[in-house]
Design a protein around this ligand. Structure first.
Ligand SMILES: [Zn+2]
Length: 278
């Protein structure tokens, strides 16, 4: 028997229900082209459908997405179905075969559902004159097609507490079944493999997101923002870009220190594109 309060699971379950109940971000796209050409990697078989005129850094690194150009914008469509087994593929859902019985420390009650995420971003992103709030909901897409959220839980919840709800690959679903990462999840990132910058995803403003180390192999620290100017790190990309920020000063509501290398902070550097989801 574990010597924990009988109420603790209830309290933590409540946190899980309340947090991540945001359906989606913001803005609407006039044309939703989501169709059967959007890969479904839930079986673990990786398929990708990216047009040859999409910028090479996207074409060569992203999987489990449909991507094409629309004028000067890149349109990326994803179901946000993780290409591995997860506790959050429910045991009694249509994805039961992908259910991993190993539960997170304090699982949330949500289950993964297929999404129709359409994100449209500029192919030549520019730094805006003033930073904009990143906001709750989808703020980017990881290289494996899973969507990205920022460094915040739904207020007043504590993102540090939510780490205990992540599955063995570092993600969890919202109430609406949107499976997502907030941080450099183990599914997309390993510190020991990060020698000179590892691409983790694309942000809603069109800029790339890299791992915790810059091209010199130095961990990127910051407080409040993970924006790094291109001229500090041109070896990775000609674009300005984000880094997962190594952050070890978060504490859970019970006072335990945790590390959460978030991917997008409270603000974004460029003008946000559009994203829709069901
Ligand atoms: Zn979350």
């Amino acid at each position: 028997m574990k010597s924990i309060s009988p109420w603790l699971p209830v309290i933590l379950l409540t946190i899980g229900v309340i947090s991540c109940s945001v359906a989606s971000t913001s803005t609407t796209s006039s044309t939703t082209t989501f169709g059967t050409d959007v890969p479904d990697c839930s079986s673990g078989t990786i398929t990708t459908n990216i047009d040859s005129n999409v910028p090479a850094w996207v074409q060569n690194n992203f999987t489990c997405v449909r991507a094409f150009m629309s004028g000067t914008n890149i349109v990326i469509e994803t179901r946000s179905l993780p290409p591995y087994t997860s506790y959050y593929y429910g045991a009694s859902t249509s994805y039961a075969a992908r259910h991993d019985t190993t539960a997170p420390t304090t699982p949330n009650p949500n289950v993964i559902a297929t999404q129709t995420v359409v994100m449209t971003v500029p192919s030549s992103p520019a730094v805006a004159t003033s930073q904009v709030s990143s906001g709750l909901g989808i703020v980017g897409i990881a290289v494996n097609g899973v969507v990205l959220f920022n460094d915040s839980a739904n207020p007043p919840d504590n993102i540090a507490d939510e780490l205990a709800t992540m599955d063995s690959h570092g993600g969890h679903p919202t109430l609406g079944g949107i499976y997502h990462y907030h941080n450099a999840a183990s599914a997309i990132y390993t510190l020991s493999n990060d020698t000179n910058g590892v691409l983790l995803g694309i942000a809603l403003d069109g800029f790339p997101i890299y791992g915790k180390k810059n091209s010199s192999g130095t961990l990127v620290f910051a407080s409040g923002n993970n924006w790094v100017a291109a001229n500090g790190d041109t070896a990775l990309t000609t674009y300005p870009h984000y880094h997962a920020v190594y952050n070890n000063y978060l504490t859970t509501s019970s006072g335990t220190s945790v590390e959460l290398a978030y991917l997008i902070g409270d603000y974004m550097a460029g003008t946000k594109g559009t994203v829709t989801s069901n």
